[in-house]
Design a protein around this ligand. Structure first.
Ligand code: FAD
Length: 274
């Protein structure tokens, strides 16, 4: 199918893009287009205006600022996989990004698009939580910062309000004892996960599930058990304690709870914590 007719602009700055959105009303930011264009082709959405943000230089690339890594929202998955700063300081992202779809999609899709879309089965939102990221946002009322913990509000729902654009992902460089863990179950490599786990082990562990609930969600009880020095079997048994697990086309909530327990046990073993 073809998309409904739309107007198109390609601004050079964030301010121009935000102004174009405010003037149009019914507009969408176009990043890599890997999800948005499919949505239009399926006629699930029909905005008046697409604002292509791919030429905004300020939204591209990875840089270090003090003890933080700043990733521009328009940085593509493939660029994250190859970036030396990400490899050195944020290896969790390198592990995870290889599970995002297929090479053709990773060549165009962006980290900002992935976070703004907020698919509950996506890898990057869970990593943002596991890495305690802060998300920088620009909109008609200026700029603000939203913690990843507060950003995801439900299936395809975020804290972004009308006309706001995600501009950057700011990640504190993890302390040296913190180590990444990642595991996911998918029917085929590149498919969206049936259940997945992104975690940082260390003195203040973060264990985050994706494809388990309506948004990426922390396993707070399992994290507390790790801090208390409980054994891996006990921690894994708490994988989904206190979490509202939703079923989907892949599995019922009970099956997902089982997957989660298995994935956490595997990740703990890989980290030498079993
Ligand atoms: P777009 O498609 O351009 O935009 C997506 C949405 O986000 C739109 O509503 C758009 O307006 C909004 N948006 C984009 N950027 C911004 C911004 N900076 N600020 C505010 N709003 C913004 N993803 C996974 O995580 N895991 C997978 O396994 C996976 N498998 C896939 C398989 C297929 C076949 C396809 C087509 C996609 C898959 N994806 C998967 C999605 C892919 O990762 C996309 O890259 C991602 O969903 C969206 O990124 P994008 O840059 O293409 O965004």
């Amino acid at each position: 199918m073809k998309p409904p007719a739309f107007h198109y602009v390609r601004p050079e700055t964030v301010a121009e893009a935000v102004a174009a959105h405010a003037a149009a009303g019914d507009a969408r930011y176009l990043a890599g287009g890997q999800s948005l264009l499919a949505t239009l082709n399926l006629r699930l959405d029909s905005p008046d205006l697409l604002i292509d943000i791919s030429r905004i230089a300020a939204l591209r690339g990875v840089r270090r600022e003090g003890d933080q890594i700043v990733i521009g929202a328009m940085t593509r998955h493939v660029e994250i996989a190859a970036d030396p700063l990400v490899s050195r300081y944020l290896p969790l992202l390198v592990q995870a990004v290889g599970h995002v779809a297929h090479p053709a999609i990773r060549n165009r899709g962006t980290i900002g698009g992935s976070l703004a879309l907020a698919d509950p089965a996506a890898e990057m939102p869970a990593c943002a939580l596991a890495l305690s990221a802060n998300l920088e946002v620009a909109g008609p009322r200026g700029t603000r910062t939203v913690a990843a913990d507060d950003f995801f509000r439900g299936t395809y729902q975020t804290a972004l309000t009308e006309g706001e654009m995600l501009t950057a992902i700011v990640i504190p460089i993890p302390d040296s004892p913190a180590r990444p863990g990642f595991a996911e179950l998918a029917r085929r490599k590149g498919d969206y996960a049936m259940t997945g786990l992104a975690m940082m082990a260390g003195p203040a562990p973060r264990i985050v599930w994706f494809a388990l609930s309506d948004r990426p969600v922390r396993a707070l009880r399992a994290e507390a058990a790790l801090v208390e020095g409980k054994g891996a079997a006990i921690v894994a048994d708490l994988a989904t304690a206190g979490i509202f697990v939703t079923g989907d086309q892949n599995a019922s909530p009970d099956v997902k709870r089982h997957y989660a327990r298995v994935l956490l046990a595997r990740a703990l073993k890989d980290l030498g914590l079993s």
